[in-house]
Design a binder for this molecule. Structure first.
Ligand code: ME8
Length: 519
């Protein structure tokens, strides 16, 4: 078994159907999970839904449903979204599951045993939408004098009895954590925000509510439910079978990466490690706050009427196209924008015209002129140069960038290698060699065959279905579709010895048209 790698997404609020931001996060996490598998790691990938809290309770009431009914119906849409988008999660957690209540209560008991929980009265500016209290100094004033949170949501003065977590006692330890592990919060901009926040001093955190009961009950204090973020963050442990399944927890915890959006970095990089320290558990290795996805530069909202169903995008443009676009177009960690034109332009230029066309041309020529059968050949300097360039892109550059979560830079390196293959095929003109020097034509095609195999394996985490189709067509065995296979110089000779021909060529990256409603 390869070294374990545990990655999680945020768990989404199922108070509506998934939006493009949910799809973006799930896809990015899936690319990371698939990339780590490609590197030989044994991956555990967890996602799910965050079903408690006031926001869920209120939405259900508006719809005349119970919160559980709403959660049951909506969480299924999140499961379906993952399935449609080819998101290879291992565990889908729902926070209404009994095992999650048990895990959250155990974490609570451990924090309590450590002396970090006490009962007091809470008063403050509370945003129902953010499920968070804010300092007076953080507020702005909106229309009609309405006070607003930094996220622009309305806040109200609220008073209740509450359990408190002694967050103030953890400021120094947290600063030590950030100092000793500069990679703990990424990207850098998010890390700086958190540093400034914690350096400003931490107040104790209200961690229970008595005003409603849709949540996990506080052990020994049955009229309190846990603040939804305490239970939500615990999901990362629940999925491992915490607290009973100690060997599973030991194998996978601490998580290698919590992938989340930029708006919830504070919860993951301040509260969560403090809870874990209090409970005597190791903290995650990294929290990465990705940017927000905007629709033509604008936030999607019902009032603007620009809300996009991610499954509709996948249906119109193709799952792999959407995945490729999102990872290629957006510098990971920054906000990004999408539009149907941008998706079509990018996919056609890079996937269809540059890579898809190369694969199609080379496979058809090998199929037509060589009956799809491979053989040993003499390499020229030009062949070696191309193979070296492709190999560097696929074995070194793309993996280096992907490991650092710089997807667009990794794909760019890959694309440069695709361009080099296209320049090579134009220069060598195998179609012209057919009559003049058939042996040389075959060498050119076989060089390209080798390059395409490397390029397809390297890009497979981004476009898994299309890559699988190409690798099937090239008759590359399933056991040789990882980065280790790219390091094995004997593979081609072994393949030749099998006599296995190429499969029937079929386009894996078709050109797409802009649907008429978007033109
Ligand atoms: O925050 N672009 O749930 P959520 C990119 N339940 N990402 C976006 C986005 C956008 N436009 N909008 C939201 C919650 N996200 C909590 C998490 S974790 C213990 C609890 C991201 O459904 C957002 O940043 O509001 C978050 O990472 C994820 O989608 C779920 O958001």
């Amino acid at each position: 078994m390869g070294e374990p790698y545990y990655i999680t997404t945020a768990i989404s609020y199922p108070n509506g159907k998934p939006h493009i931001g949910h799809a973006y996060e799930a896809i990015a996490a899936d690319v990371i999970a698939r990339f780590q598998r490609l590197c030989g790691r044994t991956v555990r990938f967890q996602t799910g839904t965050d079903e408690h809290g006031l926001k869920m309770a209120q939405k259900a009431r508006d719809l005349g449903q119970t919160p559980k009914q709403l959660a049951d119906e909506m969480s299924q849409h999140f499961i379906d979204m993952c399935d449609v988008l080819n998101v290879s999660y291992d565990v889908f957690i729902r926070t209404t599951e009994a095992r999650h209540h048990q895990a959250s209560q155990e974490l609570w008991r451990r924090m309590q045993a450590n002396g970090d929980l006490y009962l007091d009265r809470y008063e403050g500016w509370y945003s129902v939408r953010d499920e968070a209290y804010y300092d007076e100094s953080e507020l702005t004033v909106g229309e009609g004098g309405q006070k607003l949170s930094p996220q622009g949501t309305p806040v109200e003065w609220t008073v209740e009895e509450s359990w408190f977590f002694r967050l103030s006692a953890y400021a120094e330890r947290l600063l030590g954590l950030y100092r000793d592990n500069p990679g703990f919060i990424q990207p850098e901009s998010r890390r700086n925000e958190v540093l400034r926040f914690v350096e400003g001093g931490l107040r104790d955190l209200s961690v229970s509510r008595t005003s409603f009961d849709w949540g996990v009950k506080v052990p020994g204090s049955e009229n309190h439910v846990m603040y939804v973020w305490v239970d939500a963050l615990t999901n990362y442990l629940t999925g491992l079978g915490f607290p009973e399944e100690t060997s599973t927890v030991e194998t996978w915890w601490p998580a290698d990466l919590h992938l989340i959006g930029k708006d919830i970095v504070r919860f993951h990089a301040v509260y969560w490690p403090a809870f874990l320290m209090s409970a005597g558990l190791p903290v995650p290795r990294q929290v990465f706050g990705h940017g927000f996805l905007l629709n033509r530069g604008q936030k999607e909202s019902k009032s603007l009427g620009n809300v996009t169903d991610p499954l509709d995008l996948a249906d119109r443009f193709g799952v792999d196209t959407l995945r490729y676009f999102l990872l290629r177009e957006v510098a990971f960690g920054q906000d990004g924008s999408y539009s149907p034109e941008a998706i079509v332009t990018r996919a056609n230029a890079e996937l269809a015209n540059s890579f898809g066309n190369l694969v199609q041309r080379v496979c058809s020529m090998i199929f037509k002129n060589m009956d799809g059968v491979l053989h040993a050949f003499d390499e020229t300097e030009a062949d070696r140069t191309l193979r070296q360039l492709v190999s560097d892109a696929c074995r070194v550059e793309l993996p280096r960038e992907f490991a650092a979560l710089n997807f667009s830079a990794g794909i760019e390196a890959w694309m440069r290698a695709v361009f080099a293959c296209n320049a090579y095929i134009d220069e060598q003109a195998p179609w012209a060699l057919k009559k003049t020097d058939p042996a040389r034509m075959e060498a050119v095609l076989l060089t390209l065959f080798m390059a395409i195999r490397d390029l397809t394996i390297a890009i497979s985490p981004v476009v898994p279905a299309a890559a699988g189709k190409v690798l099937d067509q090239l008759s590359i065995p399933a056991s040789e579709r990882d980065l280790a296979a790219l390091d094995d110089p004997a593979w081609f000779a072994r393949r030749v010895a099998t006599g296995e021909p190429l499969g029937q060529p079929a386009p894996a990256f078709p050109r797409i048209e802009l649907p008429s409603e978007d033109a």
